[in-house]
Write a protein that binds this ligand. Structure first.
Ligand code: HPA
Length: 271
């Protein structure tokens, strides 16, 4: 995939700064598959469709609205990206990491990445909310590949604590059910049962097609990262049913009251 284009991400920041002037957001949230409605009770101060943000572009993926929202909650501003771009869309790293770069340029130092996943560990049944403890990158790629850009941190970023352990504890105290290790695959295919058995023996607890690039990039540019996953199905071969994106979204919809509750409590704790 094409490396991050510095000019494009700077242009995007200018556009967002015009649409959201005079704000000092305290937190960034990236809402993944099925999470779009989780902030429906936050006050909206400004909205910007992704299609109007150069370099970000429209997301065509089910369950991803593709809107940037400047919201207010608990007396402070926060920027919420309603929908993400994925590697499997084949666009470029620019569109995948752009939300993080925008947050960074607004002075935000904490980001919550949310997603939908398949449960691998026995206790992570559909409907579980899992605070991501660490990840295994099986994407076969990395957003920092390419000529080193010092704006994005050091050439070889440490990965010992990509997800802040303090923020993970906060998520647990806000109602997340468990912690877990997230393995990211490129997609867009779901995994095979043999892959899931392999991932389980590697130590993975949940599987999805996202989050890892943004977490790597946010960590590299010095942000604190929290990850929260809604387990929406048993991973391939562990349940009785074939996997479909519609079923993933349906489980997320059924879990929405708890997703909303944990998110709201988390926002109040960190703002
Ligand atoms: N695999 C990959 N991505 C997913 C899954 C899954 O089982 N469920 C939701 N997103």
């Amino acid at each position: 995939m094409q490396s991050i284009n510095q000019e494009a991400i700077d242009e995007a920041v200018s556009t967002v700064k015009v649409a959201c002037p005079d704000t000092k957001p305290k937190l960034g949230i990236l809402l993944g598959s099925g999470w779009g409605e989780a902030i429906s009770d936050f006050a909206v101060k400004a909205e910007l469709p992704y299609a109007e943000i150069p370099g970000l572009g429209k997301t065509g993926v089910i369950g991803h609205a593709g809107t940037l929202i400047l919201a207010e909650h608990a007396g402070a501003d926060l920027l919420v990206f309603q929908g993400r771009r994925h590697c499997y869309e084949g666009a470029s790293w620019t569109s995948v990491v752009l939300p993080i770069w925008i947050l960074k340029q607004f002075g935000v130092d904490t980001v919550l990445l949310t997603n939908a996943s398949g449960g691998i560990r026995e206790d992570l049944k559909p409907g579980s909310l899992v605070a991501i403890e660490d990840h295994i990158n099986m994407l076969g790629c990395n957003p920092l590949v390419g000529e080193h850009n010092p704006n994005f941190g050091v050439r070889f970023p440490d990965q010992t604590e990509v997800y802040s352990s303090n923020l993970r504890k906060t998520l647990l105290s806000c109602g997340a059910d468990a912690s877990g290790i997230y393995v990211a695959t490129l997609g867009p295919t779901f995994e095979t049962p043999a892959e899931i058995r392999a991932f389980r023996s590697m130590g993975a607890d949940l599987v999805g097609m996202s989050t890892v690039p943004e977490a790597i990039f946010a960590n590299a540019v010095g942000m604190k990262v929290a990850g929260l996953s809604c387990v929406c199905n048993w991973a391939a071969g562990l349940g009785d049913e074939m996997l479909t994106a519609d079923d993933v979204i349906q489980t997320a919809n059924e879990t929405m009251p708890r997703m909303r509750d944990v998110l709201r409590k988390f926002v109040r704790s960190v703002m």
